[in-house]
Write a protein of this length. Structure first.
Length: 279
């Protein structure tokens, strides 16, 4: 996977620097719809605390819980060029990951203790909405450079269920439970700024690069995001293209004053293919 990513990223960077035959590929599309699928490798974790602050533990979802690190994600992205130098984009991506395991050791969840040997299920469902405004400060027929500002809105619901011996917080003895369940919804609207560039190798062959970052505190939420996208696409007709994308993303969010799950960290990188429809 590492070799494949390096080859594709190097190829995209190489072709972006190539001066091809003369073209007049004005970036004048009105609407673009992209429908894609990607396989990414996740590295994610959560922090669990208790009501009396006696527990403050970080859990790696892949290593400690057993959730698969390789995830398939579908994406839907729309772009609207409102004016010659002004664009608005919206991306939606649902992410669902789950695992069911028999615990080999005691697990503390928000002050409750799930005993070894219990059947435990963990489900993490995330809906991502990414809204971005771009202003093209440099625009020529073959090259367009832009600055951007947007909101990365993440809605995550994590559930832990268990069937087996459980010691509930405040109790001094174990009891057999088949309905134990804890859940936490995590909603984090995080602002982002970035830069992007698009280069036309030919009128039908385009490359794009995007970089976005922000480290911010809003009320009780602290968040940091770093994202990088490199992609290339070829238009077989004036309106239809196939593209390939390399993406890397790192996110860390903490919500103070929340019991059970009060922080979420995840990073991923992977390759995607997509269909682009331009009007």
């Amino acid at each position: 996977m590492c070799i494949c990513r390096s080859v594709i990223a190097g190829f995209i960077m190489l072709v972006s620097c190539v001066v091809a035959w003369p073209v007049q590929a004005d970036f004048d599309e009105r609407y673009i719809l992209e429908i894609g699928g990607t396989i990414v490798n996740f590295d994610s974790g959560i922090r669990i605390n208790s009501r009396d602050d006696s527990i403050d533990k970080e859990i790696d979802l892949e290593d400690d819980v057993g959730i698969d690190s390789e995830v398939r994600i579908g994406t839907l992205k729309g772009s609207w060029r409102m004016a010659d130098r002004h664009r608005l984009t919206l991306l939606y991506a649902p992410i669902r990951r789950s695992v069911e395991e028999t615990t080999k050791r005691d697990i503390e969840v928000g002050g409750d203790i799930i005993r070894a040997g219990a059947a435990v299920g963990v489900s993490a469902r995330t809906h991502v909405f990414d809204i971005e405004y771009l202003y093209s400060f440099y625009k020529r027929p073959k090259l367009e450079l832009a600055a951007s500002a947007g909101i990365y809105w993440m809605n995550t619901n994590t559930e832990v269920s268990a069937s087996g011996l459980v010691r509930v917080e405040g109790s001094d003895q174990d009891e057999f439970r088949t309905d134990f369940q804890e859940s936490q919804r995590f909603i984090a609207p995080l602002p982002l700024i970035g830069v992007s560039g698009s280069y036309a190798i030919t009128p039908r062959w385009l490359t794009h690069a995007y970089a976005r970052y922000l480290d911010v505190t809003i009320n009780d939420i602290e968040g940091r995001i770093l994202g990088l996208n490199l992609k290339t696409e070829y238009y077989f007709t004036d309106h239809v293209a196939l593209g390939a994308l390399y993406t890397a993303f790192d996110l860390s969010v903490e919500q103070r004053g929340v019991v059970f799950i009060n922080s979420l960290k995840y990073s991923y990188e992977g390759l995607a293919v997509y269909l682009a429809l331009k009007y």
